[in-house]
Write a protein that binds this ligand. Sequence first.
Ligand code: ADP
Ligand code: MG
Length: 243
Amino acid sequence: MSTQYKPAIHFQHVDYRIGDLEILNDITGSFPQGRITTLVGPSGAGKSTLLKLCNGLISPANGEIFVKDKAIGDYDPVELRRMVGMALQSAPMISGTVYENLNLPLELQGQQLAKEQAVELLEDVGLKGDLLDRKVKELSGGQRQKVSIARTLVNKPEILLMDEITSSLDRASKLEVEELISKINRKYKTTIIWITHNLQQALEIGDYTWVMMDGQVVETGESSLLEDPQNQRVNEFVKGVVS
Ligand code: ADP
Ligand code: MG
């Protein structure tokens, strides 16, 4: 990584196990602050597991994770969740209105989201403010995904973790969500860590890329590495031999 970027998150010799099963093995590396890092690798490589370690949903068996230079275990869990937001492929929604869904993170903290703020969040993700009182079940898949991203933005996270958020979207919605994430990255300098199985997407939207295989990080660097990987297995993966 170029030395001009500070790490937003740093892994140092991190192992993760479930029982005797080694899921992640000796992960060391950084996610640069204010940049978009794409995380790619075959299914089962450990990408989602690594993301869950980043916001303390799960904890390492060995090693240390630092978020903005502070050991993850030294954070108050509520503070950590506020700072590190996470969006998933199919975000769970409550059955009410768009507003009720946007208000959920604050409601859980005993607060309430102002209507003007809710409208601003919707506009931030390219939706019209008048959607606020609509039932989420009336929305299209793309609109729901945008509401789910807006909900992740309620706490103004400095770091956004995204796990295959465009996988179930049609092409037009996928492009809109990509554009939206780039916009959030530019506007708020949000650090983005984006898991995708779409290598073209990883190359186009990423500044930086991590390639994972079999619970290990096998190659990292500027996203252009995907055009000409140095590692033989990464080369085979990119060429479609491994999927
Ligand atoms: P990816 O997101 O790259 O597809 P995951 O992080 O979901 O990979 O999973 C990595 C490996 O860990 C896989 O082999 C998966 O089967 C295993 N795994 C993940 N979660 C569990 C679990 N709760 N119990 C058992 N095995 C798990
Ligand atoms: Mg996964």
